[in-house]
Design a protein around this ligand. Structure first.
Ligand code: DOR
Ligand code: ZN
Length: 346
């Protein structure tokens, strides 16, 4: 197969940042994707519908002329979140989901949730109103091994929470383990999961190939090979519970190449090419559209894109830049360590 025509993809988990970085990275998404769930972990975080509306306007102002892109806004859940604002924001279409960060789990998560009891009333209102909850599924207890934090979160936090509020619609964001895949596969209609491009491609060895490799450091951290293989199987299976969320998360190089580097992999530019490569390797190109264009809208109860795009397989590798320029410095693009032959046809 040398071309693949599919509904226009969406990205169900994306960091666009703000200011100069927003301006630089947004075109890399809006060129490829019709919609994206935009993460609210700015500094300060997006916690009210009014702030989400203002952020949407900044995103739309940064959109290149001629690009057709809809940011789907999210609110950052805190222990002080106003349920009425969430429900009104959702019902008006201003917001699409709420994001739960356990406090301390990742970049700019310090305003997140410390005591899950304190957010139960908001989550109950969200369940009644059908507002999806996007979850960063890792415990923050420093005594839990970093490679086990997702599995422990499922057992200690997520499953008890879903027992208490079974109607709550949950997206386990950037699932990275076989445990997560199994949990979502067997978890009924109210749970789905996003999978990133990079977790389909790297395992934890990538972090330490001949030295420390900060551009492969993200959270949740890449796990053992057995987990990567489980993610590949889930993504390429066609199972409607699994859909693409790139978690493309730009940080300028000095913030990553540092004694205490930030977590995040920037992949918007070459994500579709990487995914076509992965699905081709798995003999599952016929399942790519489900993963990138159909399953996400189905879970979010949104229409699929009316637009079609064509991915083409080129004989020669496609040239992607190693870094992109922003007004604040360079951002390194995800290197999948294979030549990419697929790209969107323009
Ligand atoms: O690697 C990550 N980067 N994981 C997250 O959860 C947050 C993100 C970011 O905002 O940089
Ligand atoms: Zn993220």
């Amino acid at each position: 197969m040398t071309t693949l025509t599919i509904r226009r993809p969406d990205d169900w988990h994306l960091h666009l940042r703000d200011g100069a970085v927003l301006n630089a990275v947004l075109p890399h998404t809006s060129e490829h994707f019709g919609r994206a769930i935009v993460m609210p972990n700015l500094v300060p975080p997006v916690v009210t519908t009014a702030q989400a509306n203002a952020y949407r306007e900044r995103i739309m102002a940064a959109l290149p002329a001629g690009h057709d892109f809809t940011p789907l806004m999210t609110l950052y859940l805190t222990e002080a979140t106003d349920a009425a604002d969430v429900v009104a924001g959702f019902e008006s279409g201003a917001i699409t989901a709420v994001k739960l960060y356990p406090a301390g789990a990742t970049t700019n998560s310090q305003s997140g949730v410390r005591n899950f009891e304190n957010v139960l009333p908001v989550l109950e209102r969200m369940a009644e109103a059908g507002v999806p909850l996007c979850v960063h599924g890792e415990v923050t207890d420093p005594s839990v091994d970093i490679f086990d934090r997702e599995a422990v979160f499922i057992e200690k936090v997520l499953e008890p929470l879903r027992q208490r509020i079974p109607q709550l619609r949950v997206i386990m964001e950037h699932v990275t383990t076989k445990d997560g895949v199994d949990y979502v596969s067997g978890g009924g209609d109210n749970i789905g999961a996003t999978i990133t491009t990079h977790h389909l491609i790297i395992n934890r060895n990538a972090l330490f190939m001949g030295g420390i490799r900060p551009h492969y450091y993200c959270l949740p951290i890449a796990k053992r090979e057995v987990h990567r293989l489980a993610l590949r199987k889930a993504a390429t299976s066609g199972n409607s519970r699994f859909f693409l969320g790139t978690d493309s998360a730009p940080h300028v190089d000095p913030l990553k190449e540092s004694a205490c580097g930030c977590a995040g992999v920037f992949s918007s530019t070459n994500t579709l090419g990487c995914l076509a490569h992965v699905f081709e390797e798995e003999n599952a190109l016929d399942k790519l559209e489900a993963f990138v264009s159909l399953n996400g809208p189905a879970f979010y109860r949104l229409p699929v894109s009316e637009q079609m795009v064509t991915l083409r397989r080129y004989d020669e590798p496609v040239a992607f830049p190693a870094k992109i320029e922003t007004g604040d410095g360079q951002v390194t693009l995800f290197d999948p360590m294979f030549a990419i032959h697929w790209n969107l046809e323009h």
